[in-house]
Ligand binder design. Structure first.
Ligand SMILES: Cc1cc2nc3c(=O)[nH]c(=O)nc-3n(C[C@H](O)[C@H](O)[C@H](O)COP(=O)(O)O)c2cc1C
Length: 378
């Protein structure tokens, strides 16, 4: 297997084995439409050599919104701007999936105007209540995922990825830490995976069996009494029968600093790949392609992981915020590792409503401009 050769995921041909892992850019319009600046960024990634781009999590329903300036797809009105974007990505030689998301308990009530929902009733840190979903809620939410997937197909996406990781709705059903339901959606692994499997079945029935559907799950959520590797392997064996064509393996929970999906702190080469060991177990247990994300920064590690069959695809998020042209650089002359410091300062501009960018790189540029000015003056 070579990193830079054409290959396929399901029936989708991609230019290489590099994936831009879903990254909520915070660059949609205030009403959730794809914007020219987001289109420009995604085209830049395609031109920069990423084989497969995955959008940030896109709200399948208003109640599932995680943040402002997030892409939304709960209405046909969102399709046209997305269709324009996917057309431009394809023209640039890229392939692009839409990540279908529902934030569950992590939904932002200021945006949704209603209580968030999850497997159980809980009181959130901000004092608001997260409501336990009824069977009707579950059925309706599966339908929202399916309808959004149908719209994604109409909008020209090459497939969809279902977000079932990181403490958002579907992952809270998978985790015994957050799911203590006593009905058919709680209890053993198969019951906790039931909602996800129903979502997949609805999506596949809406989009057709030929349309690539991927799932992102946690290797572990690192919570006491939480979801761990054995449960992930059992879930994967159920997913293998569900009609999806690949699993992306991630881990952690948003907000759990040490074990959040985007772990802070510079990564030494020998420590790259937070979930390497779990991916190896997953590869042994399934024939499905495995995409691995989390702390991969060097071409050397990426090549080793592919050669050693740790995974089939290499996904990265923060390195592409720092340098959208990273893959092109690696393919041509300069094989130096990503300069991403994993300091997570890229989240700050999003929180300020400006959309993501690498704040560290911006500061470096500013300092270098100031030095040049001083030099000329003096
Ligand atoms: C700004 C930002 C936004 C993210 N948004 C998403 C998202 O929408 N969906 C998702 O599944 N993961 C999201 N992630 C997590 C990444 O996809 C990835 O799993 C994580 O950052 C670890 O990979 P890395 O070390 O290459 O950054 C986001 C990460 C960052 C830094």
């Amino acid at each position: 297997m070579s990193l830079f050769q054409k290959t396929s995921i399901g029936n989708l041909t991609v230019g290489n084995r590099f994936v831009r892992s879903a990254t909520a850019e915070g660059l949609a319009t205030a009403r959730g439409f794809c914007s020219p600046v987001l289109t420009k960024l995604l085209v830049r990634l395609a031109k920069g050599g990423v084989g497969l781009i995955i959008t940030g999590h896109t709200a399948v329903s208003r109640e599932g919104m995680a943040a402002s300036r997030q892409l939304c797809l709960w209405d046909d009105g969102f399709i046209s701007a997305l269709l324009d974007m996917t057309g431009q990505v394809h023209e640039a030689g890229g392939k692009i999936l839409l990540q279908l998301g529902h934030a569950g308990a992590l939904a932002d009530a200021n945006l949704t105007g209603e209580a968030s929902v999850g497997p159980m009733m809980t009181r959130k840190k901000d004092g608001t209540i997260c409501r336990a979903m009824s069977r009707d809620d579950i059925r309706e939410t599966s339908q929202s995922f399916a309808a959004a997937a149908g719209r994604a197909r109409k909008a020209g996406f090459d497939g969809v990825q279902i977000q079932a990781a990181h403490g958002y709705l579907l992952s809270t059903f998978l985790s015994p830490h957050s799911n203590r339901r006593r009905d058919e959606y709680g209890g053993n692994v198969a019951n906790r995976a039931r909602f996800l499997l129903e979502v997949i079945a609805s999506v596949v029935s809406e989009t057709g069996k030929d349309y690539p559907v991927l799932v992102k799950i946690n290797a572990s959520d690192f919570l006491p009494d939480g979801y761990g590797v054995d449960q992930m392997i059992e879930t994967a064996s159920l997913l293998a029968l569900s009609g999806i064509c690949a699993i992306e393996l991630s881990g952690g929970i948003e907000g759990a600093v040490k074990y959040m999906p985007s772990r802070p702190g510079r990564i030494h080469t020998e420590k790259e790949g937070y979930y390497k060991a779990e991916a190896e177990r997953l590869k042994e247990a399934t024939d499905m392609p495995v995409i691995l994300v989390g702390g991969i920064r060097s071409l050397e590690t990426a090549a080793d992981f592919i050669e050693d069959e740790v995974c089939d695809f290499i996904a990265m998020s923060r390195p592409f915020i720092r340098e959208p042209e990273l893959i092109h650089r690696w393919m041509t002359d300069n094989k130096k590792s990503s300069d991403c410091d994993s300091d997570n300062l890229c989240y700050r501009p999003i929180q300020a409503g400006k959309g993501f960018y690498c704040l560290t790189k911006a500061r470096e540029l500013q300092r270098s401009l100031l030095r040049q000015k001083d030099f000329k003056r003096g």
